[in-house]
Write a protein that binds this ligand. Structure first.
Ligand SMILES: Cc1cc2nc3c(=O)[nH]c(=O)nc-3n(C[C@H](O)[C@H](O)[C@H](O)COP(=O)(O)OP(=O)(O)OC[C@H]3O[C@@H](n4cnc5c(N)ncnc54)[C@H](O)[C@@H]3O)c2cc1C
Length: 215
């Protein structure tokens, strides 16, 4: 059962090679990139501005800022706004496509500076305010992650019709099966990944019986 993302499959030596169409899919299918940067903040400046959970959608390269939900939990436990001055983790930037490449291709230090300046603008803070607030950061740039080399499959126009069947078609005389979001009509979603797993399990059961009675 092969459920690794296609960019990973592309980096593997496959001998003997898969069928021509499958090899074409592995070579040509497009994967989108995504990038997330988390900031560990020594105080929750957003909660002081009345923001409790949810996200800000911006026109900037950071695209989306998402706020932790634990404020709401502290309210329901009767702690009021006790978290204002506590540390909090902010999803400071969540972007896909061109913006993910733009941020991902610059050095971590400059990347962090750009994100801080954009967040200051979004929140109406003075320039440099976050220099003293952000203690640490962590970035995931999916195209650079060795177990993924991309965020999710994004068929280019016409590719779904041309390639989808070949993404899940078994290889080596129905002995190698394929699953994962990239083999599903609902590619790029968890639902697609789950459905593809169930479909592949059914295929394995079916072809196991066929092979058994062919012996
Ligand atoms: C930033 C981001 C946000 C998303 N948001 C949503 C969302 O809000 N809702 C939603 O439904 N979906 C979302 N998705 C999509 C969803 O995460 C995927 O569709 C789903 O996780 C795909 O599952 P999968 O099993 O096909 O692949 P993956 O979850 O990518 O699993 C592939 C596995 O293969 C492993 N692997 C790689 N190489 C090897 C190797 N050489 N040997 C062994 N194992 C290997 C990897 O470690 C990984 O565990 C998002 C994806 C990203 C990247």
């Amino acid at each position: 059962m092969c459920a690794v993302p296609i960019p990973v499959l592309k980096s593997m030596v496959i001998q003997p090679s898969f069928a021509g169409k499958k090899s074409q899919v592995i070579r040509e299918v497009y994967y989108e990139n995504a990038q997330k940067t988390l900031f560990l903040c020594k105080e929750r400046f957003w909660e002081k501005q009345g923001i409790r959970g949810g996200s800000s959608f911006t026109d900037g390269v950071i695209e989306v800022v998402s706020y932790p939900q634990d404020y709401n939990r502290s309210i329901t436990k009767g702690k009021g706004n006790a978290l204002h001055d506590k540390r909090g983790v902010l999803l400071a930037s969540y972007n896909i496509g061109e913006d993910a490449y733009a941020l991902g291709n610059i050095s971590p230090f400059i990347q962090r500076e750009i994100i801080k300046r954009e967040i200051e603008k979004v929140h109406g803070l003075t320039e440099g305010y976050l220099d003293n607030i952000v203690i640490d950061s962590k970035t995931i740039d999916w195209v650079r992650e060795p177990w993924f080399f991309g965020a999710f499959q994004m068929f280019l126009p016409g590719q779904k019709k041309d390639f989808l069947y070949s993404t899940f078609k078994p290889e080596y005389d129905n002995r190698v099966f394929f699953a994962g979001e990239h083999t599903s009509v609902k590619n790029a979603w968890m639902q697609g990944a789950l459905q593809s797993g169930m479909a592949a399990a059914n295929d394995v059961a079916y072809y196991s019986m066929i092979h058994k009675y062919q012996r």
